[in-house]
Design a protein around this ligand. Sequence first.
Ligand code: ZN
Length: 300
Amino acid sequence: MRKGYYVFVPVLLLAVACGTAKRKVLQQPNTSVVLADSAKRIIDDVALPDLAEAVAESQAEAIPPMMTTEDRVQVLMRNGINKQADWTEAIHYDIRKPNFVIIHHTAQHSISQTIRTFQLEHTKVSAHYVIGKDGRVVQMLNDYLRSWHAGRSKWGNVTDMNSISLGIELDNNGREPFPDLQINALINLLDTLKTKYQIPFTNFIGHADIAPTRKDDPSVFFPWKRLAERGFGVWYDESNLLPAPEQFNYVDALRIIGYDVTNIRAAVIAFKRKFIVTDVSENLTDFDRRVLYNLYRRYF
Ligand SMILES: [Zn+2]
């Protein structure tokens, strides 16, 4: 048996199995949640190699297969499915490669309510992953697809954050702490995504960072410091908070970090919600300026 055939045949079979509609080819055509260690594994790991072997044998002496561009896309799309997460399908998306991760809280009452929201035609919203309070991770879109989670937003000079990011929704009403089980599941997921797509650690940010006038998620309860210690996002050096120089321009610093400073009041509040936590007023105290100066000098 020649090695090369194993690569080709699953691709061929996938294309046949998934039908003709583009979305059905790229997504798995189901609407209910599929448990990660049951149905999806059977499709990916068990059924295909057996069939692949039979077909490969019959083609053993055939001309070596050529992959079309569409075949290559199919291989790419298969890699965008996370086998550690459960699966259910969102319906609103485009296609691209991710380079940012945007973290949200759902502001809803349960993970099932959120999943339903992302499966209703009229809502026009979606996310790649939803994580429950118990740490359950449900994937709803292939990582390579552009979901509709960021809305009108800006970070640096990028105004289409959906095109470059993955959206992760944490089941949380915005007024409660995030349980350890949920944060541990998030960190595990971020680890996988960071490695897989080589996402820079500075590119793990919150929805409020990119839409400060419209959004406040994730809330002050979200443990940004803990995430930064694990390599996702930034945090200031608490042991070395030097005073900001007299001429320090905090608007420029916020802009360089990435904030849209068109509404400077909203940008300051978003910054303080994340890094100061105990005070989210629009005024920058001496301490706040030290924190901002430290972050700016440390990372940007
Ligand atoms: Zn959000």
